[in-house]
Design a protein around this ligand. Structure first.
Ligand code: N01
Length: 518
């Protein structure tokens, strides 16, 4: 094995030869992991990220109107409350600033390497380390933690002619701030969470906005407001106050779980409220009908906005539901489903709000396990699967934060992330105490975990609600969402269940023994 060089001691921009723990990604997951490693006295870690600051998706998504649709009292680290949130639902710049501030205060940034992209990671069965090739050099690590998440790689639509478009074109997650949209003819493809935030903002200044809607989303009112001066004083000087807000939001959101997972009828009042939101924002019956979804609420992510429908009702905005057949160098061609007639609309700027690679995480294609196959190869056969959303059979000492079936439609991903961090820390602690070189879940444990998940999926609204969504993979399996309460997830990941793992022990002697602890 290569000699261990403490990354903590390195403190330079070059990569050390070896670290105990390499973390990929500096979003909520990677940053939270780094802070908790530091707190646990496991300082020999390195975090690499392709961007130039911490923040992950909150660094990359800078489109106008970007904001969180989970209140920040809950969508923040439990160990780092922020008394300065300006509103109940924070805008993206505040969340990004919060993460930068948390990182600064934790004193961990000396072990972050920005502008460093992971190109390939392969498990070395002989030395029992990950060999990770990055754009800044190669590093080996005993443990590899992927915190790259499901929203890191934007997905462009595969539409004929799109590459030949000669105007400005960009994805919402890679907003081009150099393009001035004032007075321009702009098209937005997609009507998901990102689109409904950006549309009201740009509709204010563009000459014409074409909203290309393939599926109408359910959009509920957004109960967003600025915090009062008294509340902000309270957050600063009454430490318990933020905890009370956080708990109230947390438990309020947990009450949605049975509606999503067992009895979708419970969501009917939400559907009525969303229909009311359409009628409040749009008076034209034809437009109301166009934007009314034809599936059960909850089947796709429920969106929240008070400004989306009024924006669609503006004179300079057109909702286009005809399917796109082609993009020409200067416009978008659609086909009228009834008359079969083609129509081209000229545009200056094309904004794609078409989401991310969620069921086929790009990093999986760069991680090679014990048998030399990538996680992506394995998932191509099995769908995205893992044990507890965190570890994978055949991939020793690989931990994924926000892995398979850890996503939420109703609450804060930061809660799930902190649950996984605790599990990983417990694993590292047990590995250290017992002289364990490598752990990987047994095939049986992983299969049982996934069978249980898929059995639970059958009656969820995500499977029965009559929609196609990014929650489902190409085989129709839901490999993205967690179908239980978030506290159940936390309980299951409270401590590392080593009996479900194949363990390679490391003795002082050079020989190592493989044992199945169960
Ligand atoms: O992406 P999406 P997003 N032709 O996949 C359409 C998080 N997020 O970036 O529904 C035409 O939801 C597609 O149509 P359809 C959050 O987790 C959070 O908006 O598939 N249209 C859909 O309308 C969210 O769920 C916040 O028929 C095409 C849209 O593009 C996730 O990010 C804010 C198409 C994609 O919607 C992703 O949201 C923003 C094609 N070829 C985002 N391909 C918070 O506030 C796709 N579409 C926390």
């Amino acid at each position: 094995m290569t000699t261990t060089t403490s990354a903590a001691a390195a403190g330079t921009e070059t990569l050390p030869e070896h670290v105990r723990v390499l973390v990929v990604g500096a979003g909520f997951a990677g940053l939270g992991m780094a802070i908790k490693l530091e707190e646990a006295g496991q300082a020999d870690f390195l975090v690499v990220d392709k961007g130039d600051t911490v923040g992950g998706t909150w660094r990359d998504n800078t489109y106008p109107g970007a904001a969180c649709d989970v209140p920040s009292q809950l969508y923040s680290f439990s160990f780092a409350p922020n008394p300065t949130w300006s509103r109940s639902f924070s805008p993206q710049p505040e969340i990004h600033a919060y993460l930068q501030d948390v990182a600064q205060r934790a004193g961990v940034l000396d072990r972050f390497r920005f502008g460093t992209t992971v190109q390939d990671a392969a498990w070395d069965t002989e030395d029992e380390v990950w060999t990770v090739v990055t754009s800044a050099g190669t590093v080996t690590a005993d443990v590899l933690i992927s915190g790259s998440g499901g929203l890191s790689e934007p997905k462009d639509p595969d539409i004929k002619g799109i590459d030949g478009f000669t105007g400005a074109i960009f994805h919402t997650a890679r907003w081009d701030h150099d393009v001035d949209l004032t007075g321009k003819r702009v098209a937005v493809i997609g009507t998901g969470a990102s689109a409904i935030q950006v549309i009201p903002e740009i509709a204010k200044t563009v000459a014409h906005l074409g909203v290309y809607q393939r599926t109408a989303p359910w959009v509920m009112p957004r109960h967003d407001r600025a915090y009062t001066g008294i509340e902000r004083l309270g957050f600063r000087y009454l430490p318990g106050l933020q905890k009370i807000y956080r708990s109230a939001i947390y438990w309020g959101r947990e009450t949605y779980v049975p509606g999503f997972t067992r009895v979708p009828k419970i969501l009917s009042p939400a559907q009525t409220m969303a229909l009311g939101n359409i009628r409040k924002g749009i008076s034209d019956p034809e437009l109301q009908e166009k934007v009314t979804p034809d599936f059960q609420i909850g089947c796709k992510r429920i969106l929240i906005s008070n400004t989306y429908y009024p924006a669609l009702a503006q004179d300079n905005v057109e909702v286009i539901t005809d399917g796109i057949t082609e993009i020409t160098p200067t416009g978008i061609v659609t086909r009228d489903a009834r008359t079969n007639e083609l129509r081209e609309r000229d545009i200056d700027v094309l904004i794609v709000a078409t989401g991310f690679f969620t069921t086929d995480q790009p990093i999986a294609h760069h991680i090679k396990g014990r048998e030399g196959r990538t996680l992506g190869d394995v998932w191509a056969e099995t769908g995205m699967t893992s044990y507890k959303g965190t570890t994978a059979a055949g991939f020793p000492n690989l931990f994924q934060i926000v892995g398979a079936n850890t996503g939420l439609g109703h609450s804060s991903m930061v809660f799930m992330i902190e649950s996984q961090i605790a599990y990983i820390l417990s694993a590292l602690q047990q590995m250290g105490e017992r002289g364990i070189a490598a752990v990987e879940p047994t095939q049986a444990a992983q299969a049982a975990w996934n069978d249980d998940l898929q059995r639970r999926m059958k009656r969820t609204v995500w499977s029965t609600g009559g929609c196609a969504s990014w929650y489902l993979d190409e085989h129709g399996r839901n490999t993205t969402l967690w179908p239980r309460t978030t506290f159940a997830f936390r309980g299951l990941l409270r401590s590392f269940d080593i009996e479900q793992y194949v363990v390679t022990t490391r003795s002082d002697a050079p020989t190592r023994t493989k044992e199945h602890v169960a």
